[in-house]
Design a protein around this ligand. Structure first.
Ligand code: PMP
Length: 296
């Protein structure tokens, strides 16, 4: 099992502590109720990809939970930069977490006087190099994505059980990712990634009304990566039949970056390899983030 290096310094409530001392209370509502929010962010060659967008989304998640972290956006950005620097983490993955903080065993969030805030700068590798080259297989989860009315997926909360249960379906089926539909049967997203399909040279992705997290990598592809290559991306309602019939499929996420999908269940997508447009998008993404990752 990959271990976090003992010498990794964790930023906790304004101080750096060693990994083995970085702990939160068993009375923290982040643990007791999944009451809190988080962001996953990448650092490439010393630059923090879309830092501003991630922290704005983090504060929007916190505001939706009526959780006041006790730090400003600029203070959290600065704390992230310090955590990256002290750990000499030129390339890696940053996790920022706001929990509701210590409280009683009751549900009331407002009886927790002070949130806990921590930042980890580590490494991440979700998928093998071979999966990036050959494409990954996914399945369609039986479990639908929680409807917006029940839990808005824009809130990147500490309660990921809807996604984890679908992820277990994937693992049980021998793959690492599952596509989730919404309760109306429209394609939504995967457990930790957004999905894009390509048909006859046209790129589409589920609209936010399908009940998805508006991924920052998704937005980067829509606004920058695809247009650079001369493509526009249509955000719309997408059916499962369209997904199965696509020429190419790829997933996007901070941890996954851009990865092609070769199979859904037993069915091959297009040639059953990473599609040619997907390959160009991956190449463009890698080139941009490795040379001068935008921090906006
Ligand atoms: N959907 C879900 C449910 C996720 O957890 C993530 C990863 N954070 C994404 C999509 C991709 O979002 P992003 O590109 O902002 O990492």
């Amino acid at each position: 099992m990959p271990q976090v290096a003992a010498q990794t310094k964790i930023w906790m409530d304004g101080e750096f502590v060693d990994t083995n001392k970085a702990s939160i209370s068993v009375f923290d509502h982040g643990l007791l109720y999944g009451d809190g929010c988080f962001e996953g962010i990448r650092v490439y060659n010393g630059r923090i990809l879309k830092l501003h967008s991630h922290i704005v989304r983090m504060f929007e998640s916190a505001a939706a939970l009526r959780l006041e972290p006790g730090y400003t956006i600029d203070e959290i950005k600065e704390a992230i930069r310090e955590t990256v620097a002290i750990n000499d983490r030129h390339d890696g993955y940053i996790r920022v977490v706001f929990t509701r903080g210590k409280g009683s065993l009751g549900l009331n969030p407002f009886l927790c006087p002070k949130p806990s805030v921590f930042i980890i700068a580590e490494k991440i590798k979700l998928y093998t190099d071979e999966m990036y080259e050959e494409g990954m297989s996914i399945v369609v989860a039986k479990r639908p994505r929680l409807p917006i009315e029940c839990l808005d997926p824009q809130i990147k909360s500490l309660n990921y059980l809807n996604n984890i249960l679908a992820k277990i379906e994937a693992i049980d089926a021998g793959v690492l990712e599952a596509l989730m539909l919404n309760i109306d049967g429209e394609v939504a997203e995967c457990t930790g990634d957004n999905i894009f399909i390509i048909k006859d040279g046209k790129i589409s992705t589920p609209y936010t009304e399908a009940g998805i997290l508006k991924g920052i990598t998704r937005q980067f592809v829509i606004n920058t990566i695809a247009p650079t290559l001369g493509y526009t991306v249509e955000e719309r309602s997408i059916s499962l039949d369209e997904v199965k019939d696509a020429d190419e499929i790829f997933l996007t996420g901070t941890a996954a970056e851009i990865i092609g999908v070769s199979h859904i269940g037993q069915g091959a997508i297009g040639s059953g390899k990473v599609g040619s447009i997907t390959k160009l998008l991956i190449q463009e993404f890698r080139q941009r983030v490795s040379t001068h990752a935008p921090e906006d």
